[in-house]
Ligand binder design. Structure first.
Ligand code: ZN
Length: 202
């Protein structure tokens, strides 16, 4: 596709009424697979605008929708893409990323000791001081009171059995679970939940 044609398409597809004053960092593009389903749900596949624009010019993606926000090149104005679709189908990965959000989702946003949905934190089932790892099969959602009560003990030592054994879910299992939680629940907070880069609070 010609560059000019691409830009025309981007302009034609822009959504009316959206504020043009958005900051660039608020303009990630949702990435769809070639079948127009999100490349990934958890985390939602979002690319920074630079990556999205580069992919457009490399003709690896088609623009599905665009922001009002315009960027300028020496020769053209260009609307930032808000939704793009890969031209080549990518087989989705079988397992979702190990993220805070995905872990909460696996545990249905409920404490795995008492079932409470309030004051959720994370608990290492086998405490780290005993060699417990930060992994799908050793971290569960736990409310603050349960977390405090359990302290640095194993569930057996604390007399606090788990409601369900922690497992590594498949993408499909997580997606099924996600039906109960509307996507906007994710959208507002996705930045906070992306990866386990940071040390856990509890
Ligand atoms: Zn609890």
């Amino acid at each position: 596709m010609l560059k000019a044609e691409l830009i025309d398409r981007a302009m034609a597809l822009r959504e009316p009424g959206e504020g043009a004053g958005r900051h660039l960092h608020q303009c990630p593009a949702l990435v769809l697979n070639a079948d127009y389903t999100p490349l990934s749900y958890y985390p939602l596949s979002l690319w920074p605008w630079q990556t999205a624009v580069k992919a457009v010019f490399l003709e690896r993606v088609d623009i599905v929708a665009s922001y009002d926000r315009v960027v300028h090149s020496p020769t053209a104005e260009f609307h930032l893409p808000s939704v793009i679709a890969l031209r080549q189908y990518v087989r989705p990965s079988e397992y979702p990323a190990f993220t805070r959000f995905n872990l909460f989702l696996r545990d249905r946003f409920a404490c795995q000791y008492c079932g409470s949905p309030k004051l959720l934190t994370f608990d290492h089932v086998i405490p780290r001081r005993l060699g417990g790892r930060t992994s799908w099969d050793n971290v569960v959602a736990a409310c603050s009171p349960c977390n405090l009560r359990k302290g640095g003990r194993t569930p057996r030592e604390a007399g606090m059995p788990l409601l369900a054994p922690p497992i590594r879910p498949t993408s499909w299992q997580l997606q099924e679970r996600g039906r109960a939680f509307p996507p906007n629940h994710l959208h507002e907070t996705w930045r906070d939940w992306l990866y386990w880069d940071v040390e856990l609070d509890p």
